[in-house]
Design a protein around this ligand. Structure first.
Ligand SMILES: [Zn+2]
Length: 124
């Protein structure tokens, strides 16, 4: 039964990620204006064919603009991946170090909240 429940959970998640993902990827050439940022979209800003930034509204609902560097020589940097079904993943996780302290992963179009999301990051 446990295995079945796990399978059903997985199946529901797969279906949601395809039919109604939390986030979709949109490639653009220029930084979007703040008023053009829609919830549920990760904007990948490309310059000369090279991914530069991933920009999105904070999915916690605070509306903060998150700007993640995709530049391989900068730190921190993130990687955007799109799978066969065009579902977007981000690596590593995204953490707000001020404000709402949101902490989450984006995996196959779905937001996975970390347990410590919303609280001050522990020292270390
Ligand atoms: Zn937030």
């Amino acid at each position: 039964m446990k295995a079945l429940r796990r399978y059903v959970t997985w199946l529901a998640r797969e279906a949601k990620s395809i039919v109604r993902p939390d986030l979709v990827l949109r490639s653009i050439e220029r930084q979007p204006a703040p008023q053009d940022l829609r919830a549920g979209v990760i904007y990948m800003v490309q310059g000369g064919g090279t991914p530069k930034w991933a920009i999105m509204r904070c999915p916690c609902g605070c509306g903060e603009k998150l700007q993640l560097s995709l530049n391989p020589i900068r730190r921190p940097r993130w990687m955007v991946h799109r799978d066969r079904l065009r579902r977007v993943s981000l690596h590593p996780s995204v953490r707000q170090t001020a404000g709402c302290f949101a902490h989450f992963w984006v995996r196959h179009g779905i937001i996975e909240w970390c347990h410590d999301s919303g609280s001050l990051p522990a020292e270390g």
